[in-house]
Structure formats: structure tokens, C-alpha cells
Design a protein around this ligand. Structure first.
Ligand code: DGT
Ligand code: CA
Ligand code: CA
Length: 580
């Protein structure tokens, strides 16, 4: 992994912390502290400077010694001094500095007197009244530590990560594991593989030849902050970003059974095992077994398909494994043929430089064509969002004319005219019909007054759908994963109204939104409302976000026919024209 300035700054700052805890010369501590800040704020990449042979000594506060360390970090990702310091004091000790009121002196005393190494241990020591006995601490400090540790651990524990963040970590870890000698297979399991919009922790699975150092290498991965367990077939670590990763190693002949087991969900596994029992079979993470005289005989387990087949079922896609009727559907041969990325023919919600996007109409269109899409709707913000230069009728009219000219030149992709218009508090729209009627589609969205009472908020959306040019309700619940709860609405009423009026609901594929969520997608399908799966891209690169929406759509049992923008442009146009 290429070393960034932030990585170098992190190494220097950890060295400074550790030297300070060890009571080293304050001038030395300050030199590292200053170097960390300087590198962090430097406008140029140190790695590039090193690669180009630039003179690092010329940087402020950097002498030959620190310059040498910077080159060492660029080359190896770490430095020998830090590795030595980490051996002198436990790897987790610097975490304690994150607590308010705990400086290096106190960390030193706590470690020396009570052998405290982690925040959990510090909390325990405080609960047992051990802190007040240390020289320089008292009952007041102990009380303060009790509060600080509780607050810190509470923040940490229920935390879930957005899937996109888990995915990035999993991909780099899997690439790392696959490079370890003797590793045959390495795959992700758990909620990540089931495409849940958030992940609690990561679950990885490997098969390796005997003698492979895979478990040792895993706990030694550069981002590991703490090792929770380290055995021959099972290890758990916490990474520096707080994410937990569980790794299992299984024999190759068990790979399918283990992958199925650790993919879950737990509810799916339990239901599947019950089905197996009815057939006199037993399923666990090692395989499928048949009861025989005096024991059990293994019948299969190498692949997931073989396990499902043993209980008389076809393969069930991971996204469906939630015990929401998938086993019943599998048994009756009516599993959905889930949506795929290649089914999408277009994207109906993207931004450009005209509001808060970063690319031109032409650049967005070219990117869409490269993504294999046939059409793209430009939907910039409307005037109420003045901060992002939302369009008023005059500027929108100009954009409409520009899109006509772009389409004359473009080959292989069609640009549709749209707007992401604000839905006002009374359910009217932020732009008049006189301009909306010139568009191919109107995407409506709520961007303010999120706290209306349920009845009022629902009424607001119903009235918006009533507007004669309204087409698609964007990010229908307004949630931002980990940041903002959905606003309170009667979604079922909104869906039924949308169907009556010939309107559609969005599955916004931005990884922080994924709105509608999985069960709401299922609900839309059941109510017969087509879902429009859109990227909400603010740059050409953001069109990649469509993949996140695909995962969510599949969790919602959506098939090609359930999604509006799988239609060819010829079939789409009449659907966009409001008749009711
Ligand atoms: P998460 O981490 O909260 O996002 O959700 P999962 O589904 O990844 O759950 P996790 O990490 O606790 O466990 C991974 C899988 O391992 C889970 O989906 C099913 C399997 N598993 C874990 N514990 C049990 C258990 O007690 N019984 C059964 N049958 N399966 C389990
Ligand atoms: Ca998990
Ligand atoms: Ca787990």
C-alpha cells in the first residue's frame, strides 16, 4: 500500500506518545510531535519527494535523522524505532491517551502500578477501586476515569459501519491473505457478503495447505491494533479504525459448508438446519452428515451448492438468506431471478457543475456510456437550495437548451432533461409547472423540515406526488446511515398513492443513503410500484455507486422487471409521461 503523508504523521505521533509515556527527553518528544504536524500539513507528498530524490532535510524542523526515518517509512510503511517502542510497552497503551484527563504521566503510572494495558482494563481497575490507591490519584480522579471509560466504550460498542467502508477493508485484507504462502482460497462471509447496508464486523474464511502461516500473518496485518484471539483455525482482531475482523481457516473439503455457515444469517442457518433434520441430516460448518449406526457419516460439504442440494434445494443467493421466505420459495421453485448490474440501461438522477456536481453534462454522459448505459437524466438541484446554486426557471431553461445541443453531438448515449426539485412543506414543488412541463422527468426530494409529524410528512409526500409533472420520489425516507434517522412517514400509503398516479420511487445507490432500504424495496414490489435505481452521482466516478444499489435491490428481492431503468429508452419514455 502506498504510504501517504498521514501515515508518516501517524508513525511520528505514535513515537512521540510512546517516548513521552517512557519519560524520554522532552526535546526529543517535541521534535517528533512537530515533525508529525509538519508532515500532516505539508502540501506535497513525501513519498513523491523521496521517489524524486528531493532533499528532505530542507523541510522545516527536519534534520538528517528524521529525514532518514521518513525515507524508511516510505519504503517499509513503518520504522524500526517505533517497532522497538511497541515491544517495550503494550501495543494498546496509546489508546489510553484518548481519554480526557489522562496524559502520558498517568498512563505511565497506571501501567507501572496496575499493569493496565487497555481501556477495558482501566475501567475494571476503576470499578474495583484500585485507582485511588495509586500515588497522585484520588477518589475524584477514579470517579472521572470511571465516567470517561464508560463514555468511550459506549460510543465504541454498538457501532456498525457502512458497508462501503467494510468492503474496502475486506478487499485489502483478502488480497493480503491470498498472497500468504499456502493459501488456496480466501473469501468474505457474514453480513458483508449478504450485502447488508451496514456491517457489525467482518467475517473472512480461508482454506490453506498444512503449515501455511496464514493465521500468524493475519494477526500481524499492518492495520491490526489489538488481537482478541489467535488460534490454529480461528482468530479475531480489532483494526485501527475500530472494526473487528474474524478469520476462520477450514479444510478444503469443508469450504462450502463453512462459507454457508459463516455467511448466515443466523436465522437462515437455523431454518436450514431444521429442514435438514426433517430429512435425517445434520449440517454444521464442516459438512452435511447422515445419521448411521453408532455415529454420523459425512456426505458432502465442498461447495454451497452441494449443501443446498443435499437438503433438496437449489442454490440460494446470499442476499436472500435472511429467513424472509427464501427457503419456502426455494422449495417451491419460485426464487426470484435477482437484478444484476448489467440489467440497468440508464441512470435517472445525477448532478453536474450547474448545481453541486463536479463534472459537465458531456463528461457525465461519456461516463454513463463507458458504464454501458444507454441514457442518463441530468437532475440538478432547484433554487431553494441556494447554497449549491440550485437552478431557477431561467437557468433551468438554459440547461434544457444546452442538453438539446449536447444530444445533437452525442453518439451512443442519450441525455434526458430532469430536475431534482425540492418538495416544499405543503407538498408543492420549488419550480412552476411552466418549466417542469419542458422536462422528460421530475425527481422530487425532501431536503428540509425533516421533523414534521408523521401525518403531516405523509400528506406532504402525497401532495407532491399529486403535482402533475412529478415522476420519481427521490431517497424516499431521507435517512443517512449512521447520521440521520429516516423521517416519519406512512410508506405504504405513499407507495399506493405513487402507483395510482403512475409515479415511481427511488432506490438511491449512494452508500450513505441506500434509500429505500431492503424491506421497503420488497414492499414497493408487492405494491406494484417500479423502483428507479439511481446513483445520485455528483461526479463521473460516482456512477460506480450503482453497484451498492444493486446489492440493496437484490436484498429486496427485486428482479429486472421491478426496476424502472432496466427499460430501453423506447419503453421508458411512455412510462415517464404522466397520464393520471
Ligand atoms: P453483523 O456482523 O452484525 O453485521 O452480522 P453477521 O451476520 O455478519 O453476524 P456475525 O458476524 O455475528 O456472524 C457471522 C455469521 O456466522 C452469521 O451470519 C451466522 C454465523 N453464526 C455466528 N454465530 C452463530 C450461531 O450462534 N449460530 C449459528 N447458526 N450461526 C452463527
Ligand atoms: Ca459479521
Ligand atoms: Ca463475526
Amino acid at each position: 500500500m502506498p504510504v501517504h503523508n498521514a501515515d508518516i504523521a501517524a508513525v511520528f505521533s505514535e513515537i512521540a506518545d510512546r517516548l513521552e509515556i517512557e519519560d524520554a527527553n522532552p526535546f526529543r518528544v517535541r521534535a517528533y510531535r512537530n515533525a508529525a504536524r509538519m508532515v500532516g500539513e505539508l502540501g506535497r507528498s513525501v513519498r513523491t519527494m523521496v521517489e524524486q530524490g528531493a532533499d528532505l532535510d530542507a523541510l522545516p524542523g527536519i534534520g538528517p535523522d528524521l529525514a532518514g526515518k521518513m525515507r524508511e517509512i516510505v519504503a517499509t510503511g513503518s520504522c524500526a524505532l517505533l517497532e522497538r517502542l511497541r515491544k517495550e510497552l503494550p501495543p494498546t497503551i496509546t489508546e489510553l491517551l484518548a481519554l480526557p484527563g489522562i496524559g502520558p504521566k498517568r498512563v505511565r503510572a497506571l501501567h507501572h502500578e496496575l499493569d493496565v494495558q487497555t481501556i477495558e482494563q482501566l475501567q475494571q481497575a476503576a470499578q474495583q477501586g484500585c485507582i485511588r490507591a495509586i500515588h497522585g490519584f484520588g477518589p475524584k480522579t477514579e470517579e472521572q476515569i470511571l465516567r470517561a471509560t464508560a463514555a468511550h466504550l459506549n460510543l465504541k460498542h454498538p457501532r456498525r459501519f457502512r458497508r462501503v467502508d467494510g468492503l474496502a477493508v475486506a478487499e485489502s485484507l483478502l488480497a493480503f491473505l491470498r498472497s500468504v504462502p499456502g493459501v488456496v482460497q480466501a473469501e468474505a462471509a457474514g453480513s458483508l457478503r449478504r450485502m447488508r447496508d451496514t456491517v457489525g464486523d467482518l467475517d473472512l474464511l480461508v482454506t490453506a495447505r498444512p503449515g501455511s502461516p496464514v493465521m500468524d500473518r493475519f494477526v500481524g496485518f499492518e492495520d491490526v491494533r489489538r488481537v482478541l484471539a489467535h488460534g490454529a483455525s480461528k482468530a479475531s482482531v480489532v483494526l485501527r479504525n475500530g472494526m473487528q475482523v474474524d478469520l476462520r481457516a477450514v479444510p478444503g473439503e469443508s469450504f462450502g459448508a463453512a462459507w454457508l455457515y459463516f455467511t448466515g444469517s443466523k436465522a437462515h442457518n437455523i431454518a436450514l438446519r431444521r429442514l435438514a433434520q426433517e430429512r435425517g441430516l445434520k449440517i454444521n460448518e464442516y459438512g452435511v452428515y447422515r445419521r448411521v449406526q453408532g455415529g454420523a457419516e459425512r456426505i458432502t460439504g465442498e461447495t454451497e451448492v452441494s449443501v443446498y442440494r443435499a437438503v433438496g434445494l437449489p442454490f440460494i443467493e446470499p442476499e436472500l438468506r435472511e429467513d424472509r421466505g427464501e427457503l419456502e420459495a426455494a422449495r417451491q421453485g419460485r426464487l426470484p431471478l435477482l437484478l444484476q448490474r448489467t440489467d440497468l440501461r440508464g441512470d435517472l438522477h445525477v448532478h453536474t457543475l450547474d448545481s453541486d456536481g463536479h463534472d459537465t453534462i458531456e463528461a457525465m454522459a461519456a461516463a454513463a456510456r463507458e458504464q454501458g448505459l444507454d441514457y442518463l437524466a441530468i437532475t440538478d438541484h432547484s433554487r431553494r437550495l441556494a447554497m449549491v446554486h440550485g437552478l431557477d426557471p431561467v437557468r433551468l431553461a438554459k440547461q434544457i437548451d444546452r442538453i438539446d445541443r449536447v444530444n445533437e453531438r452525442l453518439r451512443g448515449v442519450t441525455v434526458l432533461k430532469g430536475i431534482e426539485v425540492d418538495i416544499l412543506e405543503d407538498g408543492t414543488l420549488d419550480l412552476p409547472d411552466s418549466i417542469l412541463q419542458r422536462l422528460d422527468l421530475v425527481v422530487g426530494a425532501v431536503h428540509h423540515r425533516f421533523n414534521l409529524a408523521r401525518a403531516k410528512q405523509t400528506e406532504r409526500l402525497l401532495r407532491a406526488i399529486d403535482q402533475r409533472h412529478f415522476t420519481i420520489l427521490a431517497h424516499p425516507t431521507g435517512r443517512l446511515i449512521g447520521e440521520r434517522e429516516p423521517y416519519d412517514i406512512d410508506l405504504l400509503r405513499v407507495l399506493r398513492h405513487a402507483r395510482q398516479r403512475g409515479c415511481f420511487v427511488e432506490l438511491n445507490a449512494h452508500p450513505a443513503r441506500l434509500d429505500l432500504d431492503d424491506t421497503a424495496c420488497q414492499m414497493a414490489k408487492a405494491e406494484g410500484v417500479l423502483v428507479s435505481l439511481n446513483s445520485d452521482a455528483h461526479s463521473a466516478l460516482d456512477l460506480d455507486d450503482l453497484q451498492h444499489g444493486i446489492g440493496q435491490a437484490r436484498r429486496g428481492w427485486l428482479e429486472k422487471a421491478d426496476v424502472l431503468n432496466t427499460r430501453t429508452l423506447g419503453l421508458l419514455r411512455p412510462l415517464l409521461a404522466r397520464t393520471m
